[in-house]
Design a protein around this ligand. Structure first.
Ligand SMILES: Nc1nc2c(ncn2[C@@H]2O[C@H](COP(=O)(O)OP(=O)(O)OP(=O)(O)O)[C@@H](O)[C@H]2O)c(=O)[nH]1
Ligand SMILES: [Mg+2]
Length: 189
C-alpha cells in the first residue's frame, strides 16, 4: 500500500526514521472522570484545547515523539475515560504497558479517595505492574484556594504504593513535560 504523494524512496526513509525511534513506549493514563487526564495530554502534545470538559469515551490513543537524554522515544499514550461505565474496557489497556500514570484532582478529595480502587485494578489487570514505573499526578495545582488534598498526604500515599509524585496544572501548563519525562527516564535508567 502506498501513501498518496509519497514516492517509494520517501516511504523507505520514513520507515527507517520510524525504526530509529524504537523502542516505543506505551503509557496508560487512569483516574476519575474530570481530573484532567485529557487536558494534560493535550498540553503535552501542544494540541489546541478549549478547556471545555469533553469526557473521554472509552479510550483515546495518541502517539508522540519525545526526546529523553538524546534518545527519541515513540510515545503511545492511552488516555482512558474515567467514567465507571468504561471500566470493563480498561482491563485490555494494560497489556505491554511501560508506564502507568494515575491522576487525581487536588481540589477533589473524592478523586484522591478513589485511588486505592484504581490501584486494585492495576494490580488485577497489569501483568507486569510490580516492575512497571508508576507516577501519581495531583492535577489542578493552579486552584490553590480550592485545594482539598495536601501535598504531603499525596506524597506519603504515593511512596506507600511505590509511585513517584508530581503536581501539575494543565491550565497553567505547570510540570506537564516534567511529569512525562520523569516516567520515561525511570524506564530508561
Ligand atoms: N483549573 C484547572 N482545570 C483543569 C485542569 N485540568 C483540567 N481541568 C478542567 O477539568 C475538566 C476536565 O478535564 P478533562 O481533561 O476532560 O478530564 P478527564 O480526566 O480527561 O475526564 P474523563 O475523560 O471523563 O475521564 C475540564 O473542564 C478542564 O478544563 C487544571 O490543571 N486546572
Ligand atoms: Mg478524558
Amino acid at each position: 500500500m502506498s501513501f498518496k504523494g509519497l514516492t517509494s524512496s520517501s516511504q523507505e526513509k520514513r520507515a527507517e526514521r520510524q525504526k530509529s525511534l524504537e523502542p516505543s513506549f506505551k503509557l496508560v493514563m487512569i483516574g476519575d472522570s474530570g481530573v484532567g487526564k485529557s487536558c494534560l495530554l493535550e498540553k503535552l502534545l501542544d494540541l489546541s484545547s478549549t478547556n471545555a470538559f469533553i469526557s473521554t469515551i472509552g479510550v483515546d490513543v495518541r502517539t508522540h515523539v519525545i526526546n529523553v537524554n538524546g534518545h527519541a522515544f515513540k510515545l503511545q499514550v492511552w488516555d482512558t475515560g474515567g467514567q465507571q461505565r468504561y471500566r470493563p474496557v480498561l482491563s485490555s489497556c494494560y497489556r505491554n504497558v511501560h508506564g502507568i500514570i494515575m491522576v487525581f484532582d487536588v481540589t477533589n478529595v473524592k478523586s484522591f479517595a478513589n485511588l486505592p480502587q484504581w490501584i486494585k485494578e492495576v494490580k488485577e489487570f497489569a501483568p507486569n505492574q510490580g516492575v512497571v514505573p508508576k507516577l501519581l499526578i495531583g492535577n489542578k495545582s493552579d486552584l490553590a484556594d480550592r485545594r482539598e488534598v495536601k501535598q504531603e498526604i499525596a506524597e506519603a500515599f504515593a511512596k506507600e504504593h511505590s509511585m513517584s509524585y508530581i503536581e501539575t496544572s494543565a491550565i497553567a501548563t505547570t510540570n506537564i513535560r516534567e511529569a512525562f519525562m520523569a516516567l520515561l527516564q525511570s524506564n530508561n535508567d
